[in-house]
Design a protein around this ligand. Structure first.
Ligand code: NDP
Ligand code: MG
Length: 382
């Protein structure tokens, strides 16, 4: 049977890799979205012939409408457009590959419309894990992880035969600044932060990998996806990114999923699950790799790890506050308006500033995100 999908964030790193694997799986595309990259979106639209194209940016959407005027593809803009793409009647699965908490409302709308979610957009779970998982259970939709670590856990879980997980071990590459001290991190530049050793990704997640906030976000993502408390999720730095994560059972047995670092495999598996089909991903040769190394993470040089543990313990709106502050701080860093080492400092400041709420509603989450961004921008303006 043909898979019917929509891709939110089709022009990004995950989005373009999703488009790349479409020829390996039997799929048709209902909707594609971008923020502003209408040149690429137009190319994708002409090749994939979706029913709907969305540019989040209003001006870009106007241009896109003109560019696609000779086709019968509908064009929309803004959050309304993203939600229309996420709930399109011609799709069953949404690939959420937008960056940031802008993915939350469309993901919730897709779940309410009964669509399965191939989830790359981890910020959605970090902000509103409880609401998203509750909605998924209520509407009996699957949340299929695209993030490589969570896909690895998901793949290992297939072998669990219903046995509970005792522990999750998330692997982390350590990013470009592995081994640096807090003092040394005061000197690093944006250019250095954007050079990831193993993965080619969007600027926001690449910065998150450099601060290790990415692993912090993934800790919270794993907590919600697999229903384990924070103390049952360990992080180990594994420089080669060959072991994508591990699970441990009550008898101490540990299972891992290995492969070359290539996002096309987890993207493809989220879309073909439970089946497997041939892929373009290069095969693993352990002899060529030679050795794999492992280190305990350094949460003194990388305080984002401690902030994420705190958010995972406190739950409520704290994930939304941490994430909103991080998005704002990373945004400033990427505009050269904030030094690298101050990113976690501003996130900590916002987490101290914005009051905690235990059982936030969706409005509370949106307000917490706004308050966290305001706390960062206000602190910066002092
Ligand atoms: P990119 O920055 O490469 O792409 C993001 C996509 O979202 C682009 O299509 C972009 O449009 C669009 N977008 C950006 N801002 C908005 C907005 N405000 N409203 C609507 N659309 C927007 O990001 P990645 O592909 O690297 O990451 C996407 C998500 O996947 C993130 O949550 C990330 O954490 C997660 N992820 C990514 C991995 C990777 O290997 N890249 C691995 C695991 C998870 P435009 O092209 O116009 O900017
Ligand atoms: Mg990951």
């Amino acid at each position: 049977m043909k898979k019917r999908i929509s891709i939110l964030g089709a022009t990004g790193s995950i989005g373009t890799q999703t488009v790349d694997i479409l020829s390996s799986i039997n799929a048709e595309v209902a909707a594609l979205t971008t923020n502003r990259n209408i040149k690429l979106l137009e190319e994708q639209a002409r090749a994939l012939k979706p029913k709907l194209c969305v540019a989040f940016d209003e001006a870009a959407a106007k241009e896109l409408k003109i560019a696609l005027a000779d086709t019968d593809i509908e064009v929309q803009a803004g959050m309304q457009g993203l939600i229309a793409a996420a709930t399109h009647t011609d799709c069953d699965t949404i690939v959420t590959a937008v960056v940031g908490m802008v993915g939350l409302l469309p993901t919730l709308a897709a779940i309410e419309a009964g669509k399965d979610i191939a989830l790359a957009n981890k910020e959605t779970l970090v902000c509103a894990g409880q609401l998203v998982m509750n909605a998924a259970a209520k509407h009996s939709v699957k949340i299929l992880p695209v993030d490589s670590e969570h896909s690895a856990i998901f793949q290992c879980v297939q072998a669990a035969q219903g046995n509970a997980l005792d522990r999750i071990i998330l692997t982390a590459s350590g990013g470009p600044f592995f081994g640096k001290t807090a003092e040394e991190l005061k000197q690093v530049t944006r250019k250095q932060a954007l050079q990831h050793p193993n993965w080619s990704m969007g600027a926001k997640i690449t910065t998150d990998s450099a601060t290790m906030m990415n692993k912090g976000l993934e800790l919270i993502e794993a907590m919600w996806l697999y229903g384990l408390s924070e103390d049952k999720i360990d992080i180990v730095v594994h420089r080669e990114s060959i072991i994508h994560s591990l699970i441990e059972f009550t008898d101490g047995a540990v299972l891992a999923q290995l492969g070359m670092p290539d996002m096309r495999l987890p993207i493809q598996y989220a879309l073909t699950y439970p089946a497997r089909v041939p892929s373009k991903v290069p095969r693993l040769s352990l002899a060529e790799i030679g050795k794999m190394t492992f280190f305990a993470p350094d949460d003194v040089a990388f305080p984002a790890l401690r902030l994420a543990r705190r958010a995972a313990q406190q739950r409520g709106n704290v994930g939304a506050v941490m994430n909103g502050a991080n998005e704002a701080a990373v945004g400033l860093f990427l505009q050269d308006a904030l030094p690298f080492w101050q990113i976690p400092e501003l996130v900590a400041h916002a987490m101290d500033e914005v009051p905690m709420q235990e059982n936030p509603t969706l409005d509370d989450i949106l307000e917490s995100d706004r308050a966290a961004r305001a706390a960062v921008n206000h602190w910066k303006m002092r």
